[in-house]
Design a protein around this ligand. Structure first.
Ligand SMILES: Nc1ncnc2c1ncn2[C@@H]1O[C@H](COP(=O)(O)OP(=O)(O)O)[C@@H](O)[C@H]1O
Ligand SMILES: [Mg+2]
Length: 279
C-alpha cells in the first residue's frame, strides 16, 4: 500500500522499507504491518491528543517523571510547550514500559524503535504467521481458560515486581500469539509505587481477567487474586514465583474514610472519562 504520511519519515530514515497493510484503527492509534529488510514488524502511530482524551483524563499520568522542572511547570500550566511535553511523555511511555517489561521477562512485543511518534515493535503472530487475534475474538474450553488465566496472573505479578501496573488490561489488549497470550497497549501504564491510583488499577486489571475467563470457567469470577497480589506487594514479599491461592480475607472493622472518599472521586473521574470516550 501507499505509505501514510506519518510513516514517511521512518522510510526516509531507513527504519521501514515498505508498508504492507493497515491492521487496525483502534481508539487511540493506527497500527500497520511493515517490512524492514527480511523482517515483518508492527508500526503503531499514535493519534493526536484531541482524539484521545480518555486515558489521559483519568489520572494515569500522575507522578510521571519528566526531564526537568521547566517541563513540569509548563505541563501543569497547560501552555503550548507544556502540552507538547505532555504529548511526548505520553507517547514515549509505551516504549519505556515495553523495554522495562521485556527485560523483566514479561510477555510483551519486543520494542525496536521509537521515532517521530511511531513505535516499531515485533508483530505478534499466530501459528500461521498472521497477525494474532485478540482474546475477545476467541473462545476457550474451561481448562484452556484456567491455564491462560493463571499464566496472565503470572505476567501481572512479574509486571508489578518490575514496578509497573498495566492500567488498561482486558481481553482487548491481549493477543493470542503462537506460544500463548501476549500483552500489548501500554501508554497508560503506571508506576506502581508513585501513583495513588495504582492499587485500584491493578485490582481492575485483575478483575477484568477473572471476568473474561470466567465466561468459560465460571469459578474464576469468585477469586480474589488482585487483593492477594497487592497485599503481597505492599508488604514487600511479592516475587515472580510466588504461589497464589486466589483467596483473600478483606480486613473487617476499621473503615478508612479517606480511602472511601478517594474511591468516590476516582469513580467520578472515571465516569467523566467514559463520557468523553463516548463523544
Ligand atoms: N505488536 C502487535 N502485534 C500484532 N498486532 C498488534 C500489535 N500491536 C497492536 N496490534 C493490533 O492493533 C490493535 C490496536 O493496538 P493497541 O496497542 O491496542 O492500541 P489502541 O487500543 O490504543 O488503539 C490491537 O488490538 C491489535 O489488534
Ligand atoms: Mg488497545
Amino acid at each position: 500500500m501507499k505509505a501514510p504520511a506519518r510513516l514517511r519519515s521512518l522510510i526516509d530514515e531507513g527504519l521501514i522499507d515498505t508498508v504492507v497493510r493497515q491492521l487496525m484503527s483502534g481508539k487511540e492509534a493506527m497500527v500497520f504491518v511493515v517490512r524492514c529488510g527480511d523482517d515483518t514488524r508492527c508500526a503503531k502511530v499514535y493519534k493526536e491528543a484531541t482524539q484521545r482524551s480518555f486515558r489521559q483524563a483519568v489520572d494515569y499520568t500522575e507522578n510521571r517523571k519528566v526531564k526537568n522542572t521547566r517541563q513540569a511547570r509548563a505541563m501543569a500550566k497547560g501552555t503550548r510547550f507544556g502540552r507538547q511535553a505532555q504529548e511526548a511523555a505520553w507517547q514515549s511511555a509505551e516504549v519505556d514500559a515495553l523495554h522495562r517489561l521485556a527485560a523483566a521477562g514479561v510477555r510483551v512485543p519486543a520494542p525496536y524503535n521509537f521515532h517521530d511518534g511511531v513505535l516499531l515493535m515485533e508483530l505478534v503472530t499466530d501459528v500461521r504467521g498472521d497477525a494474532a487475534p485478540r482474546l475477545n475474538d476467541m473462545g476457550f474450553t474451561p481448562d484452556q481458560a484456567r491455564g491462560h488465566h493463571q499464566m496472565l496472573l503470572r505476567q501481572v505479578v512479574r509486571m508489578l515486581c518490575a514496578g509497573i501496573v498495566h492500567g488498561d488490561l482486558s481481553e482487548f489488549n491481549i493477543l493470542l500469539g503462537a506460544d500463548g497470550p501476549v500483552i500489548i497497549d501500554l501508554p497508560q501504564a503506571v508506576d506502581a509505587a508513585g501513583n495513588n491510583h495504582a492499587e485500584r488499577m491493578l485490582l481492575r486489571d485483575v478483575v477484568n481477567l477473572g471476568d473474561f475467563f470466567g465466561r468459560f470457567a465460571p469459578e474464576l469470577r469468585d477469586t480474589r487474586y488482585g487483593h492477594e497480589i497487592w497485599d503481597l506487594y505492599r508488604r514487600g514479599v511479592l516475587h515472580p514465583d510466588v504461589v497464589l491461592s486466589g483467596r483473600f480475607e478483606l480486613p473487617r472493622g476499621a473503615i478508612d474514610v479517606g480511602s472511601v472518599v478517594r474511591e468516590i472521586d476516582d469513580a467520578r473521574a472515571e465516569e467523566a472519562a467514559r463520557r468523553l470516550r463516548m463523544q
